[in-house]
Every structure is written in C-alpha cells, then in structure tokens.
Ligand binder design. Structure first.
Ligand code: PEP
Length: 259
C-alpha cells in the first residue's frame, strides 16, 4: 500500500553545468548521509530534479543513499518516435530515475501545456513506473478574482481524476501558486493549508477518505530555509517543491531539516 510521505524536492530548472550539478548532488547526498536523525527512507524522502542531461549522473550519485531519489523535470507523452528534441518516460526510467514533474507552471505558461496534454504525460509516466509529481496552482489574477479553488479543481479534474484509484495512489501533487514561484512572495501558511485541505477534500470526494489521507501534497513557491518550518507544520502540507533555494546545498539542507 502507498502511504503518505514527507518529501522535499529540488527543481533545478535550467541551471548549472555538469561540474556544478555533480558538485551540488554530491554535496546534498554527503551532507544527508551524516544525518540519520532526519529519518530519510522512513516515510521521508528527498528528490532531485536536475536537467535531463545531468540526470543519469545524478541518479548514480544518489543511488547509494537511502531515501534520496532523482527525477526528470518533464517527459513527453508519446512512447517513442519522430519527436526531435524530446525525451520519453521510458528513457527517464531506463537511466534509473524514479519521478517526473508533470505540468510545472513554467511548462504550462511557456510551452503551452494544457490539462489534456498533462493527462497524457501522466499516463506515460505511470505506464513507465515513474512517480508523477503533478503541479497545479493559480495565477495572481485568478486568486485576486477569488477563482483559485475553481482553477486548481479544474486542473486536477482534467489532469488527474480520470485515473483509476489504483493508479492515482502513486501520484504526488504539488500545489504551486504561480504568483509565488521565483518571486520571493510565499503563500502564507494559512493560504497553503487552506488549498491543501481543499485538494485533499476533492480527492476524498473523487476516490475515498483513505486515498485522500494517503496522498502526499507538496507546497511550492519561494519556500526557503526561513519559512519552510512554518509551511511544513500544517497538517495537510507534506513537504515542498523547491526551486531557487534547492541550488545551494546549505539552504536545501536547512529546508530538509524542517521536514
Ligand atoms: C518551482 O519552480 O517549483 C519553485 C517552487 O520555485 P521557487 O522555489 O524558486 O519559487
């Protein structure tokens, strides 16, 4: 049975080159290796999301450490074929990665990825035994118009809720209000908790209370060493998806300590 976990994930986006990426992955792993007190592997996990090119190497670095995994930032919806420049879920799996982000807001806004496409990408990930970390979240005008619950609901209904219960149990959801990503403006702990509880409620309605209780929901958006503890202490916030602050081993470690 898939149980609810506590996860801190680092989305490196399009940053670094192989030398600095290798150094960051090694530094995170070596620091964590000395911290048995953090309980990694016992219901707590760290997942690194480097650029594709560095993924095989980051997988190898993480391999010997308990509770530290590596994943891709995206995957293509098709299995193989004439899609120049794209990467299939089976390829990601074949290098030993375990997770993939799906529908990060930068994919939605800069690459036009809509819910229909994201549903296909989720399917491709699941068929290849990758854990999809499905991102959802509203834009600032949507929150200001008090539409944020409807927006997130429709992203989940269209992107995920077509899954059978047995498959849905493998999904991790990341709530990332777009106005908080890379802006230095963080959702308040109350705003995060409110939306996470709403998402869990939707999952309860769609599947069951037991499925909802075992779902892992991460918060993302300017989460850092200073605010992580308060965000993660909410009952429905099971950890974080971290962008900028995951690029410095020291900051990232402090966020993991807050888990
Ligand atoms: C992200 O890109 O998923 C993210 C949360 O970025 P940041 O932490 O930099 O806001």
């Amino acid at each position: 049975m898939i149980m609810r976990k506590r996860i801190v994930a680092g989305n490196w986006k399009m940053n670094m080159e192989i030398g600095s990426a290798r150094e960051l992955a090694r530094s995170v792993c070596n620091d964590l290796a000395t911290r048995a007190d953090l309980g990694l592997g016992k219901g707590k996990e760290v997942v690194l999301f480097p650029p594709y090119l560095f993924l095989p190497e980051v997988v190898e670095i993480c391999r010997e450490f308990v509770g530290i995994h590596a994943g891709a930032q995206n995957c293509h919806q098709e299995g193989k074929g004439a899609y120049t420049g794209e990467i299939a879920a089976s390829m990601i799996k074949s290098v030993g990665a375990t997770h993939t982000l799906i529908g990060h807001s930068e994919r939605r806004s800069y690459f036009g990825e809509d819910d229909e496409l994201l549903a296909k990408k989720t399917k491709a990930a699941m068929e290849n035994d990758l854990t999809p970390v499905f991102c959802c979240g509203e834009l600032l005008p949507e929150r200001e118009a008090n539409n944020h619950f409807e927006v997130v609901k429709s992203q989940l209904v269209n992107g995920l809720f077509w899954l059978e219960e047995v498959a849905f149990r493998h999904v991790v959801i990341a709530y990332e209000p777009v106005w908080a990503i890379g802006t230095g403006v963080t959702a308040s702990p109350e705003q995060a908790q409110e939306m996470h509880a709403f998402i869990r409620g939707l999952v309860k309605e769609q599947y069951s209370e037991e499925v909802a209780e075992n779902l892992t929901i991460l918060y993302g958006g300017s989460c850092n060493a200073k605010n992580a503890k308060e965000l993660f202490s909410n009952p429905d916030v099971d950890g974080g998806l971290i962008g900028g602050a995951s690029l410095k081993a020291h900051d990232f470690l402090q966020i993991i300590e807050a888990l």
